[in-house]
Every structure is written in structure tokens, then in C-alpha cells.
Design a protein. Sequence first.
Length: 275
Amino acid sequence: MNSSPLDPRIDELWDRRAELTPADGQARALVIAAVDALDDGQARVALPDPATDEVVVDERAKRAILLAFRLLPMAQSQAGDFRYHDRVPLKTSWDGVRVVPGAIARWGAYVAPGAVLMPSFVNIGAHVGPGTLVDTWATVGSCAQIGANVHLSGGVGIGGVLEPPNAVPVVVEDEAFVGSRSMVVEGARVRRGAKLGSGTILTATTHVFDVETGEELPRGEAPAWSVCVSGTRVRSFPGGDFGMPCMLVLRRLAEGSEHGKLGLNDILRDHGMSG
């Protein structure tokens, strides 16, 4: 982001972070205010630039999070019968969010009204959009950016990233569906309306192929309005030919189409796969 909404004094604290301790009350107050802004959605770690389509990172926001681990003392907190001992407390602001027992979100994560958290984990710096379902045992890693009306199915792992501060986090755009036990990590991007079949692995360096044309698409991205699954491609090595992981685009969907799990299963069955 070209202009961070956070206090520029965060950058000054970062430059002298090695000398900071929890005893520095003024520094701690600045960092708490910055993480509070992330917690209530006034600021966010990253956002796609509508002009360039590039994911732009607010490095100051990441610095604030990292400084929180240095400046906040260890403290005990409690939710019902469960007790925790950490530097970062649990999130307490849940305006309009359905939080099922067993769901955990840390302070500094924004969860928009209308979102639903089943027993799951949302880490600091993450942003979860309105109408999104984080299903059972799914994990939204630190600073991951999840759009509106997204479905993260059971056991999905959305990777997190804090260091270095300029590292791009995972971005899952609006209307996407990520199938059960899929993993999206290392700054990979699931574009608007993409549907990932169960067990799909997507990293920033994953090769992506369109099965209809054989075309290789941009690495580390699930194309908008497409159905994708994990696959393999044969590569030759001195020791022989081996299958290397990749992601396959099985079908393109009409932009804006609503494609539920049953429709996704039909497409997978057409290709000899189960949902």
C-alpha cells in the first residue's frame, strides 16, 4: 500500500527494535493502537491494487505485529474453562460474526460481520471477509487475506507469513471455494470465483496447466472462475522420470456463476475424480 493508515512512528520503533522491552510503555501503546486498527478492520496487511492487480503489502502493519511479540509481556487469558498463556490475547470483538464453540482467533485478526467461524483457527494479521465460512479445523495463517463469500472447507490450511515484512501473504479472493484438506501457502493466490477440489496443493511456485489447451498459466495462481485440482507432470532426471506436483485447471466457469459443492463434484466426476 502506498500510504499506510498506521502511525509512522511504528517505523522508528522498528529501526531500534533490538533495544525495546515490555517496560517501554510509550512504544507498547503505539503498537497496541496499530494492532487494534488491524483487529477492527481500519487497517490490513495486504490488499490487491485495483489499478495494477498486484498484491501490495503494508510493511508497517507487519512491523507492528512483530513488535507486539517483543513489547507485550506474557499474560494469562481465559475463555470459559480454557486458559492460555501468550503475548497476544484472544480476539474479543465479534460484531455480527457467528463464532461456534471451539473457534479461536487472535487479537489483530479482522473477521467481518456475516462471517462464520466453525471450530477453527485465525491468526494475527489475517483478514476474513463478510459472508465467509471458515469450516471445521480450517486454519487461516498470520496475515492471510480471505475475501467475501469464501468457503474454506474442513481441514483447509491457509499459510501465514510474517517475516520478512515485505513478503506477500496468501490471498483468497471473493466467491472462492477451497476444498477439504487443501493447502494454499507461500503467498499463492486463489482468484475470484476459483474452486479448488479436495486436497489441492498450491504454493507460490506451483506450475499451473490448463488441461483443455495444455497452456502453462501463471505459477502459484488459481485462475478466476475455474475448477482446479492437484496433478503431476513428468520430469526427467538422471535417475529416471518422475512425477512432479502441479495444479490442473479442469474447467472455466462463467464469470459470476454460483457453483456449489454438488456442481463441483459433477465436474470432478466428469474427469474421473471424486469431490
